[in-house]
Design a protein around this ligand. Structure first.
Ligand SMILES: [Zn+2]
Ligand SMILES: [Zn+2]
Length: 198
């Protein structure tokens, strides 16, 4: 069993401030992992697809997901589907099973009607919001009963096909920088990177 509270410190270290969305990601990730019966691993056994877009509120959600699932930008096993929503589909690649977890709209709406959001909307950066405001909200999301804050789907089949992974690379003949083979271009008979190809 994965427990969101066990990852609160790591999440804060990675994320950098107390807010309601990061712990919501921890909670959603924990529920998804427990539904699939998987543990956090350092490899890419899991794939997380978050429905977030860009430049909107509560994208901090994804840092909670990264922290607890170990699906990270660096490993490439967390992706955005750019729908402007907060659902997350967690996929167990080998078992080809998945589950979708969504924060309840009422819980999200409650978080928006807080002192924390008043500060945010008036332009105060999250790190400058008083701890007396941010901590209770953080703790509330971290410890709320699951059924109050999350909707969880049934586990469903997910036909996952692993894309080919390449270890091949070359040195660009113009700038001398290392380039992954498939991103190479030919320019005037030289093998170059995209930047040098113009
Ligand atoms: Zn945040
Ligand atoms: Zn180059």
């Amino acid at each position: 069993m994965v427990n969101a509270t066990d990852y609160a410190d790591l999440g804060l270290k990675l994320h950098g401030h107390k807010c309601p969305a990061m712990p919501m990601g921890l909670r959603a990730g924990a529920v998804a992992m427990n539904a699939l019966g998987v543990e956090r691993t350092g490899d890419s056994a899991l794939l997380a697809i978050v429905e977030l877009g860009e430049n909107h509120c509560a994208t901090c959600f994804a840092d909670g997901i990264q922290t607890i699932t170990g699906c990270t930008f660096g490993k490439g096993n967390i992706k955005k589907s750019h729908k402007g929503k907060w659902g997350v589909t967690l996929i167990d690649k080998k078992a080809k099973k998945a589950v979708r977890v969504v924060p309840k709209a009422e819980a999200m709406a409650q978080n928006k009607k807080t002192e924390f959001m008043k500060y945010r909307k008036s332009g105060v950066p999250p790190t400058k919001i008083p701890e007396s405001v941010s901590d209770p909200l953080f703790q509330k999301v971290l410890n709320a009963p699951e059924e109050m804050i999350l909707n969880v789907s049934e586990v469903f089949d997910y036909d996952y096909v692993e894309p080919a992974h390449t270890f091949e690379s070359f040195v660009c003949e113009e700038c001398g920088e290392m380039v992954v083979e498939k991103y190479g271009r030919i320019k005037g008979g030289k093998k170059v990177c995209i930047d040098c190809a113009g």
